[in-house]
Design a protein around this ligand. Structure first.
Ligand code: IPE
Ligand code: IPE
Ligand code: MG
Length: 235
Protein backbone atom coordinates (compact mmCIF):
# COMPACT_ATOMS: atom_id res chain seq x y z
CA UNK A 1 0.00 0.00 0.00
CA UNK A 2 1.09 3.56 -0.70
CA UNK A 3 1.55 6.68 1.38
CA UNK A 4 -1.16 9.28 1.01
CA UNK A 5 1.32 11.74 -0.50
CA UNK A 6 0.12 14.74 -2.45
CA UNK A 7 2.09 13.97 -5.58
CA UNK A 8 0.49 11.06 -7.35
CA UNK A 9 2.92 8.34 -8.37
CA UNK A 10 0.54 6.81 -10.87
CA UNK A 11 -2.42 8.29 -12.73
CA UNK A 12 -4.88 6.17 -14.70
CA UNK A 13 -6.87 7.93 -17.41
CA UNK A 14 -9.95 6.61 -19.21
CA UNK A 15 -9.84 8.40 -22.55
CA UNK A 16 -13.59 8.64 -23.09
CA UNK A 17 -15.89 10.90 -25.11
CA UNK A 18 -14.27 10.80 -28.55
CA UNK A 19 -17.46 9.68 -30.27
CA UNK A 20 -19.58 12.40 -28.69
CA UNK A 21 -16.97 15.02 -29.54
CA UNK A 22 -17.25 14.05 -33.22
CA UNK A 23 -21.03 13.81 -33.13
CA UNK A 24 -21.31 17.33 -31.72
CA UNK A 25 -19.49 18.50 -34.84
CA UNK A 26 -21.44 16.39 -37.30
CA UNK A 27 -18.34 14.26 -37.97
CA UNK A 28 -17.79 10.50 -38.14
CA UNK A 29 -16.65 8.97 -34.84
CA UNK A 30 -13.20 8.22 -36.20
CA UNK A 31 -12.43 11.95 -36.26
CA UNK A 32 -13.09 12.02 -32.55
CA UNK A 33 -10.55 9.24 -32.09
CA UNK A 34 -8.04 11.20 -34.16
CA UNK A 35 -8.46 14.25 -31.91
CA UNK A 36 -8.33 11.98 -28.88
CA UNK A 37 -4.95 10.68 -30.00
CA UNK A 38 -3.68 14.28 -30.12
CA UNK A 39 -4.95 14.92 -26.60
CA UNK A 40 -3.13 11.76 -25.48
CA UNK A 41 0.17 13.07 -26.88
CA UNK A 42 -0.27 16.44 -25.19
CA UNK A 43 -1.09 14.96 -21.82
CA UNK A 44 1.85 12.55 -21.99
CA UNK A 45 4.16 15.50 -22.72
CA UNK A 46 2.67 17.53 -19.90
CA UNK A 47 2.97 14.70 -17.37
CA UNK A 48 6.53 14.07 -18.48
CA UNK A 49 7.34 17.73 -17.81
CA UNK A 50 5.68 17.44 -14.39
CA UNK A 51 7.65 14.26 -13.72
CA UNK A 52 4.70 11.96 -13.03
CA UNK A 53 6.38 8.54 -12.69
CA UNK A 54 3.58 6.28 -14.02
CA UNK A 55 0.59 6.81 -16.28
CA UNK A 56 -1.90 4.32 -17.64
CA UNK A 57 -4.15 5.33 -20.52
CA UNK A 58 -7.19 3.25 -21.46
CA UNK A 59 -7.23 3.17 -25.26
CA UNK A 60 -9.25 0.06 -26.16
CA UNK A 61 -11.20 -2.29 -23.93
CA UNK A 62 -11.89 -6.00 -24.32
CA UNK A 63 -15.51 -4.91 -24.86
CA UNK A 64 -14.78 -2.31 -27.55
CA UNK A 65 -14.53 -5.00 -30.26
CA UNK A 66 -18.33 -4.97 -30.27
CA UNK A 67 -18.20 -1.67 -32.20
CA UNK A 68 -18.77 -1.39 -35.96
CA UNK A 69 -15.89 -2.65 -38.09
CA UNK A 70 -15.06 0.75 -39.59
CA UNK A 71 -14.61 2.21 -36.12
CA UNK A 72 -12.45 -0.75 -34.99
CA UNK A 73 -10.32 -0.33 -38.13
CA UNK A 74 -10.00 3.42 -37.61
CA UNK A 75 -8.74 2.97 -34.04
CA UNK A 76 -6.29 0.21 -35.06
CA UNK A 77 -4.96 2.49 -37.82
CA UNK A 78 -4.46 5.35 -35.37
CA UNK A 79 -2.63 2.98 -33.06
CA UNK A 80 -0.48 1.85 -35.98
CA UNK A 81 0.35 5.48 -36.88
CA UNK A 82 1.26 6.16 -33.28
CA UNK A 83 3.53 3.10 -33.07
CA UNK A 84 5.26 4.02 -36.33
CA UNK A 85 6.28 7.52 -35.24
CA UNK A 86 9.95 8.18 -35.44
CA UNK A 87 10.96 7.82 -31.81
CA UNK A 88 14.27 9.59 -32.38
CA UNK A 89 12.39 12.79 -33.23
CA UNK A 90 10.48 12.87 -29.99
CA UNK A 91 11.65 15.15 -27.23
CA UNK A 92 10.35 13.10 -24.35
CA UNK A 93 12.16 10.02 -23.25
CA UNK A 94 9.12 8.14 -22.09
CA UNK A 95 9.20 4.48 -21.26
CA UNK A 96 6.36 2.82 -23.13
CA UNK A 97 4.60 -0.33 -22.01
CA UNK A 98 1.52 -1.98 -23.45
CA UNK A 99 -0.94 -3.79 -21.21
CA UNK A 100 -3.87 -5.95 -22.22
CA UNK A 101 -4.02 -9.08 -24.36
CA UNK A 102 -1.97 -8.13 -27.37
CA UNK A 103 -2.22 -11.62 -28.84
CA UNK A 104 -5.56 -10.66 -30.42
CA UNK A 105 -4.10 -7.59 -32.18
CA UNK A 106 -2.81 -7.46 -35.77
CA UNK A 107 0.63 -9.05 -36.05
CA UNK A 108 2.43 -5.87 -37.19
CA UNK A 109 1.07 -3.99 -34.17
CA UNK A 110 2.26 -6.70 -31.78
CA UNK A 111 5.71 -6.54 -33.31
CA UNK A 112 5.91 -2.74 -33.06
CA UNK A 113 4.78 -2.86 -29.44
CA UNK A 114 7.59 -5.24 -28.55
CA UNK A 115 10.10 -3.08 -30.41
CA UNK A 116 9.04 0.14 -28.69
CA UNK A 117 9.03 -1.47 -25.26
CA UNK A 118 12.58 -2.59 -25.88
CA UNK A 119 13.77 0.74 -27.31
CA UNK A 120 12.35 2.78 -24.42
CA UNK A 121 13.11 0.35 -21.61
CA UNK A 122 15.97 2.39 -20.14
CA UNK A 123 14.00 5.63 -19.68
CA UNK A 124 13.20 6.21 -16.04
CA UNK A 125 11.43 9.57 -15.65
CA UNK A 126 7.96 8.57 -16.86
CA UNK A 127 6.47 5.19 -17.73
CA UNK A 128 3.35 5.19 -19.89
CA UNK A 129 1.21 2.06 -20.01
CA UNK A 130 -1.11 2.09 -22.98
CA UNK A 131 -4.01 -0.27 -22.31
CA UNK A 132 -5.07 -1.92 -25.57
CA UNK A 133 -7.46 -4.85 -25.66
CA UNK A 134 -7.40 -4.40 -21.93
CA UNK A 135 -9.95 -5.55 -19.38
CA UNK A 136 -9.45 -5.62 -15.64
CA UNK A 137 -11.32 -8.91 -15.32
CA UNK A 138 -9.43 -10.51 -18.20
CA UNK A 139 -6.15 -9.46 -16.60
CA UNK A 140 -7.04 -11.03 -13.26
CA UNK A 141 -8.26 -14.20 -15.00
CA UNK A 142 -4.97 -14.43 -16.91
CA UNK A 143 -3.02 -14.13 -13.65
CA UNK A 144 -5.17 -16.88 -12.12
CA UNK A 145 -4.48 -19.15 -15.10
CA UNK A 146 -0.74 -18.54 -14.92
CA UNK A 147 -0.56 -19.25 -11.18
CA UNK A 148 -2.76 -22.33 -11.50
CA UNK A 149 -0.43 -23.67 -14.15
CA UNK A 150 2.59 -23.09 -11.90
CA UNK A 151 0.80 -24.86 -9.06
CA UNK A 152 -0.02 -27.81 -11.30
CA UNK A 153 3.62 -27.94 -12.41
CA UNK A 154 4.62 -28.12 -8.76
CA UNK A 155 6.43 -24.76 -8.90
CA UNK A 156 4.01 -22.97 -6.62
CA UNK A 157 2.22 -23.86 -3.38
CA UNK A 158 -1.37 -22.54 -3.58
CA UNK A 159 -1.00 -21.41 0.04
CA UNK A 160 1.60 -18.90 -1.19
CA UNK A 161 -0.85 -17.10 -3.48
CA UNK A 162 -1.34 -13.71 -1.90
CA UNK A 163 -2.17 -10.18 -3.05
CA UNK A 164 1.45 -9.37 -3.82
CA UNK A 165 1.71 -12.41 -6.09
CA UNK A 166 -1.40 -11.42 -8.02
CA UNK A 167 0.00 -7.87 -8.38
CA UNK A 168 3.22 -9.35 -9.72
CA UNK A 169 1.33 -11.29 -12.39
CA UNK A 170 -0.72 -8.53 -13.99
CA UNK A 171 0.17 -5.92 -16.62
CA UNK A 172 1.37 -3.30 -14.16
CA UNK A 173 3.70 -5.67 -12.27
CA UNK A 174 6.38 -3.78 -10.39
CA UNK A 175 4.55 -0.45 -10.59
CA UNK A 176 2.77 1.40 -7.79
CA UNK A 177 -1.04 1.24 -7.77
CA UNK A 178 -2.78 4.25 -9.29
CA UNK A 179 -3.43 7.11 -6.86
CA UNK A 180 -5.93 8.67 -9.25
CA UNK A 181 -8.27 7.20 -11.83
CA UNK A 182 -9.51 10.01 -13.98
CA UNK A 183 -12.47 9.75 -16.29
CA UNK A 184 -13.50 12.61 -18.51
CA UNK A 185 -16.70 12.55 -20.66
CA UNK A 186 -19.21 12.72 -17.82
CA UNK A 187 -19.58 8.94 -17.36
CA UNK A 188 -19.09 7.76 -13.81
CA UNK A 189 -18.01 4.12 -13.98
CA UNK A 190 -14.82 2.10 -14.28
CA UNK A 191 -15.78 0.19 -17.46
CA UNK A 192 -13.39 -2.61 -16.45
CA UNK A 193 -10.30 -0.40 -16.03
CA UNK A 194 -7.60 -1.26 -13.44
CA UNK A 195 -10.03 -3.19 -11.24
CA UNK A 196 -7.33 -4.80 -9.12
CA UNK A 197 -4.88 -1.89 -9.05
CA UNK A 198 -7.53 0.76 -8.43
CA UNK A 199 -8.72 -0.58 -5.06
CA UNK A 200 -7.75 2.68 -3.32
CA UNK A 201 -7.49 5.06 -6.26
CA UNK A 202 -9.19 8.42 -5.93
CA UNK A 203 -11.88 8.51 -8.61
CA UNK A 204 -12.09 11.83 -10.40
CA UNK A 205 -14.83 12.37 -12.96
CA UNK A 206 -14.82 15.40 -15.21
CA UNK A 207 -17.40 16.73 -17.60
CA UNK A 208 -15.01 17.47 -20.47
CA UNK A 209 -14.86 15.18 -23.53
CA UNK A 210 -11.43 13.59 -23.98
CA UNK A 211 -10.48 15.41 -27.24
CA UNK A 212 -11.07 18.73 -25.40
CA UNK A 213 -8.95 17.64 -22.41
CA UNK A 214 -5.98 19.99 -21.84
CA UNK A 215 -3.17 20.31 -19.30
CA UNK A 216 -5.43 22.75 -17.40
CA UNK A 217 -7.91 19.92 -16.83
CA UNK A 218 -5.11 17.77 -15.49
CA UNK A 219 -4.12 20.62 -13.15
CA UNK A 220 -7.72 20.70 -11.94
CA UNK A 221 -7.66 16.98 -11.28
CA UNK A 222 -4.37 17.27 -9.36
CA UNK A 223 -5.83 20.09 -7.27
CA UNK A 224 -8.88 17.96 -6.53
CA UNK A 225 -6.62 15.04 -5.58
CA UNK A 226 -4.67 17.23 -3.15
CA UNK A 227 -7.93 18.08 -1.36
CA UNK A 228 -8.93 14.44 -0.89
CA UNK A 229 -8.39 12.74 2.45
CA UNK A 230 -7.10 9.22 1.82
CA UNK A 231 -7.55 6.81 4.68
CA UNK A 232 -6.87 3.35 3.24
CA UNK A 233 -9.30 1.90 5.75
CA UNK A 234 -7.71 3.63 8.72
CA UNK A 235 -9.04 6.67 10.54
C1 IPE B 1 -13.39 6.47 -26.01
O1 IPE B 1 -14.31 7.28 -26.66
C2 IPE B 1 -12.40 5.84 -26.95
C3 IPE B 1 -12.56 4.41 -27.17
C4 IPE B 1 -13.35 3.61 -26.49
C5 IPE B 1 -11.77 3.85 -28.23
P1 IPE B 1 -15.68 6.68 -27.13
O2 IPE B 1 -15.51 6.19 -28.54
O3 IPE B 1 -16.20 5.71 -26.16
O4 IPE B 1 -16.59 7.99 -27.15
P2 IPE B 1 -18.08 8.10 -26.65
O5 IPE B 1 -18.11 7.61 -25.24
O6 IPE B 1 -18.89 7.27 -27.58
O7 IPE B 1 -18.39 9.57 -26.74
C1 IPE C 1 -14.06 2.74 -21.80
O1 IPE C 1 -14.94 3.56 -22.51
C2 IPE C 1 -12.99 2.24 -22.71
C3 IPE C 1 -12.06 3.24 -23.20
C4 IPE C 1 -12.10 4.53 -22.98
C5 IPE C 1 -10.98 2.72 -23.99
P1 IPE C 1 -16.29 2.97 -23.14
O2 IPE C 1 -16.89 4.12 -23.90
O3 IPE C 1 -16.01 1.74 -23.90
O4 IPE C 1 -17.13 2.61 -21.85
P2 IPE C 1 -18.70 2.47 -21.68
O5 IPE C 1 -19.19 1.58 -22.77
O6 IPE C 1 -19.29 3.85 -21.79
O7 IPE C 1 -18.89 1.90 -20.31
MG1 MG D 1 -17.31 5.92 -24.45
Amino acid sequence: MQESGKNPQHIGIIMDGNGRWAKQRGLARKFGHREGAKAFQKIVEYCYDLGVPYLTFYAWSTENWARPKDEVDAVMNLLRDYLNRDLSKIRQQVRMRFIGDRGALPQDIQQKMAEIEEKTASFTRTTVNLAVNYGGRAEIAAAARRLAQQARDGALDPADIDEALISANIGTAGQPDPDIILRPSGEKRSSNFLLWQGAYAEMIYMDVLWPDFTPRHLDEALAEFSRRNRRFGGI
